[in-house]
Design a protein around this ligand. Structure first.
Ligand code: ATP
Length: 141
């Protein structure tokens, strides 16, 4: 980009690094709400919601990454995101996510019938992940 100050952002998962870039702005959805991080932001540690992060790549242009929950840490102009799973928007397999959504909905129905609260919670999280992937893969921001 330009000679503006930049920060480095990296997204790692148990499968390895999914994303690494330099940018002037990252917008994250933490469990406490939206957090915008620019170079020289104060150090921060936060947990991430099942949502997306957006990395500015140009005027009105962002890379979008689906995050299935995790943590972020920012210090010394490095933003490290450790996620249980993460996919760049263009790598999301929408039909796979749609199948996962249908499976999760069935599990939720069955868990309700059986009054299985633990399974209900797990299935609701699976549903959130699937809906998140579907929403991000279809978004046009
Ligand atoms: P599924 O039931 O389709 O596996 P899941 O929510 O159980 O979905 P995860 O356990 O969150 O899947 O992820 C397992 C691996 O598969 C991770 O590497 C994740 O990035 C990848 N992944 C899951 N769903 C998709 C998808 N729709 N498109 C691309 N990669 C995906």
């Amino acid at each position: 980009m330009s000679d503006k100050p930049e920060l480095t952002v990296s997204v790692v998962t148990p499968d390895g690094e999914v994303y690494n870039n330099k940018t002037t702005l990252v917008v994250c959805k933490t469990t406490e709400g939206e957090l915008g991080i620019m170079p020289n932001h104060t150090p921060v540690l936060a947990s991430l919601a099942i949502d997306e992060i957006r990395v500015k790549t140009g005027e009105d242009k962002f890379d979008e990454i689906a995050i299935s929950g995790g943590f972020l840490e920012f210090s010394n102009n490095t933003l490290s995101i450790v996620a249980s799973a993460a996919e760049r928007k263009e790598n999301i397999d929408t039909s796979r996510a749609e199948r996962a959504r249908q499976r999760a909905e069935k599990r939720i129905k069955d868990a309700r019938t059986k009054h299985d609260e633990k399974e209900l919670k797990r299935a609701e999280i699976s549903l959130k992940r699937a809906i998140n992937r579907i929403r991000i893969s279809g978004s046009n921001k």
